[in-house]
Design a binder for this molecule. Structure first.
Ligand code: C2E
Ligand code: CA
Ligand code: CA
Ligand code: CA
Length: 278
């Protein structure tokens, strides 16, 4: 009777109990953090590869729970599962509004901020009308805001998700296809989605080698995007070598630790003052 099947062993390990306890705790913590305004929003620069000009920023959520930072890779899915994601999305949007307004007040150049949307956002009733109301209240426009969606929006085909993104498109907003190549990568749907930009996922940027650059996924993405009239941004650029290969491939926009990490609004302004590509 002491012999356990692998399944049982997994079900009863104290580790898992701890994990469950922790996830219940985190769920409550996240709920409170959203209610109390404890989720922070950082901004990561996006640049034109050739000139080094700052062209945009991506807003990214940050959460510290009981003194320990929790990875967005963990709490975003938790927010999705717990019905909290749309509240997080609206808070991110308001953070973008404050960021853009502050830049305007300081006469800084106008840049476009990218906001991540989750497919689970769509599950919230009246999500798009509420989003657009928040956009208006925050004084944001298609010149100052774009939305990042993932391939999961596409595989939902003719569903609510596609209806939703078409509404954003109709309202004039640019759409960027995030994590490109990591999901149900059928290139055929690229043509059917109303997107303006493709983001090459970090996993295709980090292994870039000079010898294979031409055959890389990054290069073929750039070629297809050129044919479809889409812009390409490579994310996760960490080294000068990657930067140079992306330039060789013809990628025009970049984002990554090489240029700037996700930063608080204040740090972003300081970074911007000191930023010099050369
Ligand atoms: P993502 O949308 O692909 O965001 C880019 C992620 O890559 C960010 O991770 C960013 O910090 C990281 N990154 C940027 N440059 C580099 C680099 O050069 N090297 C490496 N190693 N990483 C880099 P982060 O902030 O941990 O977010 C992870 C994911 O969580 C995001 O991936 C996104 O899917 C989700 N997420 C974050 N904030 C939000 C949000 O406000 N709303 C939604 N819906 N999702 C969010
Ligand atoms: Ca993103
Ligand atoms: Ca991404
Ligand atoms: Ca991602």
């Amino acid at each position: 009777a002491t012999q356990k099947t692998p399944g049982r062993a997994m079900l009863y390990t104290p580790d898992l109990e701890e994990n469950i306890a922790r996830s219940v705790q985190l769920r409550g913590g996240l709920h409170d953090a959203l209610r109390n305004g404890d989720i922070q929003f950082h901004f990561q620069p996006q640049l034109a590869l050739n000139s080094g000009a700052l062209i945009g920023a991506e807003v990214l959520a940050r959460w510290t729970f009981n003194g320990t930072p929790v990875s967005p890779g963990y709490f975003i899915p938790l927010a999705e599962k717990s019905g909290l994601i749309s509240e997080l999305t609206f808070q991110a949007l308001r953070a973008v509004g404050r960021f853009v307004a502050k830049r305007k007040a300081q006469a800084l150049p106008e840049i476009r901020v990218s906001l991540n949307l989750s497919v689970s956002d769509i599950n919230q009733k009246e999500f798009i009308p509420q989003l657009l109301k928040n956009v208006r209240d925050a004084d944001l426009t298609p010149a100052t805001l774009q939305f990042e969606i993932t391939e999961s929006f596409a595989v939902h085909g003719a569903s609510d998700a596609l209806v939703a993104i078409n509404k954003l498109k109709d309202a004039g907003f640019r759409l960027s296809l995030d994590d490109f190549g990591t999901g149900f990568s059928s290139l055929s749907y690229l043509d059917h989605l109303p997107i303006d930009e493709v983001k090459i996922d970090r996993s295709f940027v980090s292994p870039l080698q000079v010898v294979t650059a031409r055959q890389s996924i990054a290069a073929s993405t750039q070629t297809i995007a050129d044919n479809l009239g889409l812009e390409v941004l490579a994310e996760g650029v960490e080294t000068v070598e990657q930067h140079q290969i992306l330039r060789f491939i013809g990628v025009k926009f970049v984002q990554g630790f090489l240029y700037g990490r996700p930063m608080t609004e204040a740090d972003f302004m300081t970074w911007e003052q000191n930023w010099d590509m050369a």
